[in-house]
Write a protein that binds this ligand. Sequence first.
Ligand code: SIN
Ligand code: CO
Length: 371
Amino acid sequence: MKKHELPSVLGSISPQEFMRDYWQKKPLLIRQAIPGMQALLSRKDLFAMASNPDVESRLVSGNGDSQPWRMQHGPFKPRALPPLSRPHWTLLVQGVDLHVEAFAQLRDRFRFIPDARLDDVMVSYASDGGGVGPHFDSYDVFLLQAHGQRRWRISAQKNLQLRDDVPLKILSQFKPSKTMLLEPGDMLYLPPHYAHEGVAVGECMTYSIGFRAPEMRELAAELLSRMTDMDNAMAPVRYRDAGQAMAVKPAQIPATLQAFAMQSVQSLLTQSRQLQVALGEVLTEPKAEVWFATQNCPRNLQSVRLNAKTRMLYDDQYVFINGESWRCQGADARSLKLLANERSLSGLDSLSPQLGALLRDWVQAGWLHSS
Ligand code: SIN
Ligand code: CO
């Protein structure tokens, strides 16, 4: 079975219906999205991950009532975590899909959404009554109940003002309109900016499959920075002012210099090809804490699969992998696009020598595994 043909996680709703009626629009509760759901990671293994400095983790405690909200950043030695019998605490571990293959496979079941939108899979463990308070997220999220029960309260409220007296994002006012108790295998989809609060009923574990959406200002900053680093996006032209008259008001910025500044940005914007290359590179750039271990490449490389940490996308002329771009066409482009879509590729002995050498480089860099 091809990876994008794995059993649906949307119950009786087809991916087409989901994208048309719910995605970015309204919440959806899917009972038994994964029937017979078993946790993919034990509590002990999750705690061990939270002690790894390469893994982003947070500990939230409190209930906003008898206990004030508190937040600490990891890594946490397991014995530094509160006792399991203490209520109202939550451990949140980001990017679990980058480290545990079973979570990469879970993530692959959501590939009816473009890879370019994927952020990561976060796992939370909560003691009884634990939660992160009423809040909203900027991302689309699927909240999959993996173990135990969690009570979710959600609200379509427009008032998203946050409290400024607590160390985490908590809504000043939360007026829930719907309450639902999720059991293992149940899943709740929430679009961005939808107010919600999940509270553990007994100890529980929840998996958040999160989808990022670029913010225009941040994206512009990243694209322009990348484009100015490209040799072919802009010729080095220095401002000249041979016609400058004697300065009468020396502190005033000359109008010709203002026009030069405008021209410098405008000239970048005419480079639409380079802008698309920069976009592919930005979208596949691994997060700061991600690193790849170099490895030996077998002499006789038959097939490869992407490392779970590898981000690979393409457009009509370029293939992007982990923040780098390759222009390619013809049979090589078709093979690389297949690798990106399937996250694996076999029959490598029929590839061009150039593509074979490139794939060997990527294996050595740890971006691909030989399989
Ligand atoms: C959690 O898993 O505790 C928090 C998830 C969320 O509310 O986004
Ligand atoms: Co949330």
